[in-house]
Design a protein around this ligand. Structure first.
Ligand code: AHR
Length: 509
């Protein structure tokens, strides 16, 4: 069989891959916050101020750049003042989107900012447009970030926090076309301008405002939001637009069935393996199309595109609460992630942030915790995030693939190799995904422009497509050294096992 070749010009760096495309999302949903991140101070699970230390330790290895909270759909029901002050005096509310359970607000603003500090990550707060007020949003950013003795800063101090926090990212609503108010984009665009105006920069905290964007291929939503900017065509000193907001979002989930029966996480056929990966690759198409619309208004690419919800969405695990969105995570999920990252790297000139949904116990999670024993498991997806930390803030490199086998897909031919690369200083990192369910694949890395003085590789695979990690077998899917790397006259030759993800690290002269 003809080998696949990947031509990479190591001396031609492109756009910087923002580390923020490796962002995360934590919603008040199922066991993500409660039981996942937060167990309370009285729990037997080791914790610091109620936050699980094993979760913090595991996530620290991922260098999480930002964490989005409190939703999702929950964000547009959330009133931040309910989540401050003495915990036993906080009002309760109904979490109507997720299980119709009563939320006691014991995890609120202070607990979230505490979590960010423990994780060493930046806060991305999602503000309430759907059922909140402009004043409420304005006061939240004042509470969080103001230094002097303003009313909200004084209230924060009364609740035990003297210093203002930094909040670099603030979402203006969530899914405004659906759970965030069922708005028409024309109406939301006006509201986004208005709400953004009052998310003010206090005490040197420069907020990057992200307006709730489109679902999937809704280009009209993106187009109307792009028309909200006043002067994108006029040269400005700043690289980002002054206002009303600086970025728009996009949500896209991977599933193999219709909404009512999205497919099972662990029980799937080979055809469903390929269908999931084809639908994951659709992210590249979406970024191209939304990017084209944005380019018409903003050819200098100053408005950011933020994919603040992405990942697999399967049927919940049998016997679990349908409103809690708890699902297993297999090798297939890992490759869905690696294919997404290739797309984010390739669109690094427009995609400034992305947030996997969601970090713990919900949808395509990094970590699963056992509700009975508390045991923590790193998922296959976790390992892709860890293997890719070398791409954070590195400069993208084009990868020109030749001789890639394909398979007939639902929309088009599905290429069975996906790749991306980046460079930083004297190093480069190449990502290679072999989507083929049954056949290994040899890839020649045709490395041009700089001398490679050393190399090493890691590979993530498993015997079965649906292999996953459990408390009894926590490392059933875990990266190991990739031995099958050989020198080649054009650079290196790498053999990828069937259904695998690999990274090749290069040291450059
Ligand atoms: O991530 C789960 C939900 O998916 C979010 O709350 C919502 O924004 C989206 O529909």
């Amino acid at each position: 069989m003809e080998k696949t070749t990947a031509v990479i010009d190591l001396d031609l760096p492109g756009a910087r891959i923002s580390r923020h495309v490796y962002g995360h999302f934590a919603e008040h949903l199922g066991r993500c916050i409660y039981g996942g991140f937060y167990v309370g101070e009285d729990s037997d699970v080791p914790n610091e101020r109620g936050i699980r230390l094993d979760v913090v330790e595991a996530l620290r290895a991922l260098n999480i750049p930002n964490l989005r909270w409190p939703g999702g759909c929950f964000a547009d029901d959330y009133h931040w003042r309910d989540g401050i002050g003495p915990r036993d005096e906080r009002p309760r509310m109904v979490n109507s989107h997720w299980g119709d359970v009563v939320e006691d607000n014991s995890f609120g603003t202070h607990e979230f900012m505490d979590l960010c500090e423990l994780l060493g990550t930046e806060a991305y707060i999602a503000g309430n447009v759907g059922s909140g007020s402009v004043a409420e949003m304005s006061e939240w950013i004042e509470y969080l970030t103001r230094a002097d003795d303003s009313p909200m800063a004084a209230l924060r101090r009364a609740n035990g926090r003297d210093e203002p926090w930094k909040v670099p990212y603030f979402g203006i609503g969530n899914e405004a076309w659906g759970c965030g108010g069922n708005l028409r984009v024309e109406q939301f665009a006006s509201l986004a301008r208005q709400y953004s105006t009052y998310v003010r920069n206090h005490a040197g905290n420069d907020v990057y405002r992200i307006a709730a964007g489109a679902s999937d291929g809704d280009l009209h939503w993106t187009e109307v939001l792009m028309q909200s900017f006043d002067a994108l065509d006029k040269p400005e000193e700043s690289e980002r637009p002054a206002g009303p907001f600086q970025a728009i979002s996009l949500h896209y989930y991977t599933m193999t069935g219709p909404w009512a029966d999205k497919g099972a996480a662990t029980q799937f056929t080979e055809d469903e393996w390929y269908l999931a990966l084809e639908r994951a690759r659709f992210m590249d198409h979406l970024l191209t199309r939304h990017g084209q619309v944005m380019d018409r208004y903003d050819p200098a690419k100053r408005v950011g595109l933020v994919v603040d919800e992405w990942g697999t969405w399967w049927n919940v695990e049998p016997g679990t609460n349908p409103g809690f969105l708890y699902q297993q995570n297999t090798l297939r999920d890992a490759l869905v992630a690696s294919v997404h990252f290739d797309a984010f790297h390739q669109h690094a000139d427009r995609v400034v942030m992305a947030n996997i949904a969601q970090t713990v116990n919900v949808l395509q999670a990094m970590l699963l915790t056992d509700p009975e024993t508390g045991a923590l498991v790193r998922t296959p997806s976790y390992h892709v995030f860890e293997m890719n930390t070398g791409h954070h803030d590195a400069d993208s490199l084009d990868v020109h693939l030749q001789g890639v086998p394909t398979r007939a897909g639902e929309k088009a031919e599905l290429p069975l190799v996906s790749a991306s690369a980046s460079t930083r200083g004297g190093t480069a990192l190449v990502s290679l995904t072999n989507l083929d369910a049954t056949a290994e694949r040899t890839v020649v890395l045709d490395l041009r422009g700089r001398e490679v003085t050393a190399h090493s590789g890691r590979v993530l695979s498993a015997p079965e497509l649906a292999t996953h990690n459990t408390p009894d077998a926590p490392d059933a899917v875990a990266p190991v050294a990739l031995e099958a790397i050989r020198p080649h006259e054009r650079g290196l030759e790498v053999t990828l096992p069937a259904h695998s993800y690999a990274t090749v690290s290069l040291t450059l002269a």
